[in-house]
Design a protein around this ligand. Structure first.
Ligand code: SF4
Length: 264
Protein backbone atom coordinates (compact mmCIF):
# COMPACT_ATOMS: atom_id res chain seq x y z
CA UNK A 1 0.00 0.00 0.00
CA UNK A 2 1.47 3.34 -1.04
CA UNK A 3 0.80 6.05 1.52
CA UNK A 4 -1.51 8.83 0.43
CA UNK A 5 0.90 11.61 1.37
CA UNK A 6 3.28 10.79 -1.49
CA UNK A 7 1.06 12.49 -4.06
CA UNK A 8 0.80 15.61 -1.88
CA UNK A 9 4.56 15.62 -1.40
CA UNK A 10 5.15 15.44 -5.13
CA UNK A 11 2.86 18.38 -5.85
CA UNK A 12 4.36 20.53 -3.07
CA UNK A 13 1.06 20.52 -1.18
CA UNK A 14 2.53 18.65 1.78
CA UNK A 15 5.03 21.46 2.42
CA UNK A 16 2.30 24.09 2.01
CA UNK A 17 0.07 22.29 4.51
CA UNK A 18 2.95 22.04 6.97
CA UNK A 19 3.60 25.79 6.71
CA UNK A 20 -0.08 26.56 7.21
CA UNK A 21 -0.29 24.34 10.25
CA UNK A 22 2.86 25.79 11.80
CA UNK A 23 1.40 29.29 11.38
CA UNK A 24 -1.60 28.17 13.43
CA UNK A 25 0.77 27.79 16.38
CA UNK A 26 1.06 31.59 16.56
CA UNK A 27 -2.42 31.72 18.13
CA UNK A 28 -2.92 28.06 18.81
CA UNK A 29 -6.25 26.58 17.83
CA UNK A 30 -4.79 23.22 16.88
CA UNK A 31 -7.31 21.44 19.08
CA UNK A 32 -10.77 22.26 20.48
CA UNK A 33 -9.23 23.86 23.59
CA UNK A 34 -8.55 26.87 21.37
CA UNK A 35 -6.01 28.40 23.80
CA UNK A 36 -4.85 31.18 21.46
CA UNK A 37 -1.28 31.19 22.84
CA UNK A 38 1.77 31.81 20.66
CA UNK A 39 3.60 28.50 20.87
CA UNK A 40 6.23 29.62 18.39
CA UNK A 41 7.35 32.15 21.00
CA UNK A 42 7.42 29.56 23.75
CA UNK A 43 4.01 30.26 25.27
CA UNK A 44 2.13 27.18 26.36
CA UNK A 45 -1.56 26.49 26.71
CA UNK A 46 -3.55 23.68 28.25
CA UNK A 47 -1.31 20.97 26.74
CA UNK A 48 1.90 22.51 28.11
CA UNK A 49 3.50 22.19 24.67
CA UNK A 50 5.54 24.79 22.81
CA UNK A 51 7.14 25.02 19.41
CA UNK A 52 8.83 21.62 19.41
CA UNK A 53 7.21 18.21 19.51
CA UNK A 54 7.74 16.13 22.63
CA UNK A 55 8.52 12.49 21.89
CA UNK A 56 8.54 10.06 24.80
CA UNK A 57 9.20 6.79 23.00
CA UNK A 58 9.86 5.44 19.53
CA UNK A 59 9.31 1.71 19.35
CA UNK A 60 7.98 -1.18 17.24
CA UNK A 61 4.80 -2.05 19.15
CA UNK A 62 2.69 -5.20 19.29
CA UNK A 63 -0.04 -3.96 21.62
CA UNK A 64 -2.17 -2.22 19.03
CA UNK A 65 -5.00 -3.66 16.93
CA UNK A 66 -3.76 -6.81 15.14
CA UNK A 67 -4.42 -5.31 11.72
CA UNK A 68 -1.86 -2.61 12.60
CA UNK A 69 0.79 -4.68 14.33
CA UNK A 70 0.92 -7.49 11.78
CA UNK A 71 4.11 -9.52 12.18
CA UNK A 72 6.71 -6.75 12.53
CA UNK A 73 4.86 -4.33 14.75
CA UNK A 74 3.31 -0.92 14.43
CA UNK A 75 5.91 1.84 14.40
CA UNK A 76 4.78 3.73 17.47
CA UNK A 77 5.78 7.27 18.20
CA UNK A 78 4.42 8.18 21.64
CA UNK A 79 4.04 11.93 22.00
CA UNK A 80 4.42 13.57 25.37
CA UNK A 81 1.84 15.87 27.01
CA UNK A 82 -1.83 15.87 26.03
CA UNK A 83 -4.80 18.11 25.30
CA UNK A 84 -6.89 16.18 27.85
CA UNK A 85 -6.29 15.40 31.54
CA UNK A 86 -7.76 11.95 31.97
CA UNK A 87 -7.83 10.98 35.64
CA UNK A 88 -7.47 7.33 34.60
CA UNK A 89 -4.62 7.80 32.10
CA UNK A 90 -2.39 4.73 32.02
CA UNK A 91 0.47 6.82 30.64
CA UNK A 92 0.37 9.64 33.20
CA UNK A 93 4.15 10.12 33.18
CA UNK A 94 3.99 10.69 29.43
CA UNK A 95 0.75 12.63 29.15
CA UNK A 96 0.68 14.83 32.24
CA UNK A 97 4.14 15.11 33.78
CA UNK A 98 4.92 18.06 31.54
CA UNK A 99 7.94 19.15 33.57
CA UNK A 100 9.52 15.73 33.16
CA UNK A 101 8.66 15.70 29.48
CA UNK A 102 10.52 18.92 28.69
CA UNK A 103 13.72 16.94 28.21
CA UNK A 104 12.02 15.02 25.36
CA UNK A 105 11.46 18.00 23.07
CA UNK A 106 12.77 17.25 19.57
CA UNK A 107 13.34 19.17 16.37
CA UNK A 108 11.47 18.49 13.13
CA UNK A 109 14.59 16.80 11.76
CA UNK A 110 14.83 14.44 14.73
CA UNK A 111 11.15 13.56 14.43
CA UNK A 112 11.65 12.84 10.73
CA UNK A 113 14.58 10.61 11.66
CA UNK A 114 12.36 8.70 14.10
CA UNK A 115 9.87 7.93 11.31
CA UNK A 116 12.67 6.69 9.10
CA UNK A 117 14.19 4.59 11.89
CA UNK A 118 10.87 2.77 12.34
CA UNK A 119 10.80 2.08 8.62
CA UNK A 120 14.34 0.70 8.76
CA UNK A 121 13.29 -1.60 11.61
CA UNK A 122 10.62 -3.12 9.36
CA UNK A 123 7.49 -1.70 11.01
CA UNK A 124 4.28 -1.80 8.98
CA UNK A 125 3.34 1.82 9.59
CA UNK A 126 4.12 4.97 11.55
CA UNK A 127 1.61 4.96 14.40
CA UNK A 128 1.31 8.47 15.85
CA UNK A 129 0.06 8.02 19.42
CA UNK A 130 -1.60 11.13 20.95
CA UNK A 131 -0.61 13.33 18.01
CA UNK A 132 -3.30 16.02 18.24
CA UNK A 133 -1.33 18.83 19.89
CA UNK A 134 1.68 18.25 17.61
CA UNK A 135 0.06 18.01 14.18
CA UNK A 136 2.06 20.95 12.72
CA UNK A 137 5.39 19.49 13.82
CA UNK A 138 4.36 16.03 12.57
CA UNK A 139 3.43 17.25 9.10
CA UNK A 140 6.60 19.33 8.88
CA UNK A 141 8.63 16.26 9.87
CA UNK A 142 6.74 14.11 7.41
CA UNK A 143 7.72 16.44 4.55
CA UNK A 144 11.38 16.03 5.54
CA UNK A 145 11.07 12.26 5.99
CA UNK A 146 9.42 11.78 2.59
CA UNK A 147 12.35 13.55 0.93
CA UNK A 148 14.61 11.08 2.77
CA UNK A 149 12.65 8.02 1.61
CA UNK A 150 9.75 7.43 4.00
CA UNK A 151 7.09 5.19 2.44
CA UNK A 152 5.14 3.83 5.45
CA UNK A 153 1.41 4.48 5.89
CA UNK A 154 0.52 6.98 8.59
CA UNK A 155 -1.79 6.06 11.49
CA UNK A 156 -3.42 8.88 13.47
CA UNK A 157 -4.05 7.31 16.90
CA UNK A 158 -6.02 9.95 18.76
CA UNK A 159 -8.28 10.66 21.73
CA UNK A 160 -10.71 12.14 19.14
CA UNK A 161 -10.51 15.56 20.81
CA UNK A 162 -9.50 17.01 17.45
CA UNK A 163 -10.29 20.17 15.55
CA UNK A 164 -12.16 19.80 12.27
CA UNK A 165 -10.15 22.52 10.41
CA UNK A 166 -6.93 20.73 11.38
CA UNK A 167 -8.32 17.36 10.32
CA UNK A 168 -9.22 18.89 6.95
CA UNK A 169 -5.56 19.78 6.53
CA UNK A 170 -4.73 16.13 7.19
CA UNK A 171 -6.94 14.98 4.34
CA UNK A 172 -4.71 13.01 1.98
CA UNK A 173 -1.92 12.82 4.57
CA UNK A 174 -3.28 10.33 7.11
CA UNK A 175 -3.90 6.81 5.83
CA UNK A 176 -5.64 5.37 8.90
CA UNK A 177 -7.59 7.16 11.63
CA UNK A 178 -7.73 5.34 14.95
CA UNK A 179 -9.84 7.50 17.29
CA UNK A 180 -10.50 6.30 20.84
CA UNK A 181 -13.93 7.76 21.50
CA UNK A 182 -14.08 8.34 25.27
CA UNK A 183 -17.32 10.05 26.30
CA UNK A 184 -20.91 10.59 25.29
CA UNK A 185 -21.53 12.91 28.26
CA UNK A 186 -19.88 16.32 28.63
CA UNK A 187 -20.29 16.39 32.40
CA UNK A 188 -18.22 13.22 32.69
CA UNK A 189 -15.70 14.46 30.13
CA UNK A 190 -15.26 17.60 32.18
CA UNK A 191 -14.97 15.81 35.50
CA UNK A 192 -12.59 13.07 34.42
CA UNK A 193 -10.68 14.66 31.53
CA UNK A 194 -11.16 18.46 31.85
CA UNK A 195 -12.76 18.49 28.40
CA UNK A 196 -16.22 19.98 28.84
CA UNK A 197 -16.96 20.23 25.11
CA UNK A 198 -15.72 16.74 24.28
CA UNK A 199 -18.97 15.32 22.94
CA UNK A 200 -19.56 17.96 20.26
CA UNK A 201 -15.87 18.17 19.34
CA UNK A 202 -15.28 14.44 19.06
CA UNK A 203 -18.45 13.77 17.07
CA UNK A 204 -17.56 16.52 14.62
CA UNK A 205 -14.05 15.05 14.39
CA UNK A 206 -15.35 11.54 13.71
CA UNK A 207 -17.66 12.80 11.02
CA UNK A 208 -14.75 14.53 9.31
CA UNK A 209 -12.60 11.39 9.54
CA UNK A 210 -15.47 9.42 8.06
CA UNK A 211 -15.91 11.98 5.29
CA UNK A 212 -12.26 11.53 4.34
CA UNK A 213 -11.92 7.78 4.65
CA UNK A 214 -15.31 6.21 4.16
CA UNK A 215 -16.33 3.12 6.02
CA UNK A 216 -14.50 0.11 4.66
CA UNK A 217 -11.95 -1.55 6.90
CA UNK A 218 -9.49 -2.87 4.34
CA UNK A 219 -6.62 -5.17 5.27
CA UNK A 220 -4.18 -7.02 3.11
CA UNK A 221 -3.97 -10.79 2.78
CA UNK A 222 -1.90 -11.03 5.98
CA UNK A 223 -4.11 -8.66 7.95
CA UNK A 224 -6.82 -9.28 10.48
CA UNK A 225 -10.02 -7.32 10.98
CA UNK A 226 -11.86 -8.75 13.98
CA UNK A 227 -15.64 -8.41 14.18
CA UNK A 228 -17.04 -5.73 16.51
CA UNK A 229 -17.51 -6.83 20.12
CA UNK A 230 -20.46 -5.57 22.17
CA UNK A 231 -19.31 -3.56 25.19
CA UNK A 232 -19.46 -5.35 28.56
CA UNK A 233 -21.97 -3.75 30.92
CA UNK A 234 -22.22 -4.38 34.65
CA UNK A 235 -25.60 -5.03 36.26
CA UNK A 236 -27.35 -1.73 37.02
CA UNK A 237 -25.17 0.41 34.77
CA UNK A 238 -27.10 2.66 32.36
CA UNK A 239 -27.14 1.43 28.83
CA UNK A 240 -25.07 3.62 26.49
CA UNK A 241 -26.59 3.56 23.02
CA UNK A 242 -24.08 2.40 20.43
CA UNK A 243 -22.74 5.00 18.10
CA UNK A 244 -24.74 3.76 15.15
CA UNK A 245 -28.04 4.34 17.00
CA UNK A 246 -27.18 7.97 17.59
CA UNK A 247 -27.80 8.68 13.96
CA UNK A 248 -24.52 10.38 13.11
CA UNK A 249 -22.53 7.61 11.48
CA UNK A 250 -25.43 5.19 11.13
CA UNK A 251 -23.51 2.00 11.87
CA UNK A 252 -21.21 2.44 8.93
CA UNK A 253 -17.97 2.71 10.89
CA UNK A 254 -16.28 -0.45 12.14
CA UNK A 255 -15.85 -0.54 15.93
CA UNK A 256 -13.28 -2.52 17.85
CA UNK A 257 -13.20 -2.64 21.67
CA UNK A 258 -14.47 0.93 21.89
CA UNK A 259 -12.16 2.24 19.19
CA UNK A 260 -13.59 3.33 15.87
CA UNK A 261 -11.62 2.43 12.80
CA UNK A 262 -12.46 4.33 9.67
CA UNK A 263 -9.84 2.88 7.37
CA UNK A 264 -9.30 2.93 3.67
S1 SF4 B 1 -2.92 22.22 21.04
FE1 SF4 B 1 -2.46 22.82 23.18
S2 SF4 B 1 -2.16 25.06 23.13
FE2 SF4 B 1 -3.15 24.46 21.20
S3 SF4 B 1 -5.34 24.73 21.53
FE3 SF4 B 1 -4.88 22.59 22.05
S4 SF4 B 1 -4.41 22.53 24.25
FE4 SF4 B 1 -4.33 24.67 23.58
Amino acid sequence: MLPSYLALAESGELTRRAARLVRMLEACDICPKDCGVNRLRGEVGFCWSGAEAVVSAIVPHFGEEPCLTGTRGAGNIFFGNCNMRCAYCQNWQISQDWKGQRRNAVSVEVLAGAMLALQEQGCHNVNLVSPTHFVPQIVAALAVAVRRGLRLPLVYNTNAYDSVPVLRLLDGIVDIYLPDLKYSDNAMAKEYSVAGNYVEASRAALKEMYRQMGCDLVVDEAGLAPPPHPPQRRRGEPRVPPLHRRGTLAGRVPQHHGAVLPHE
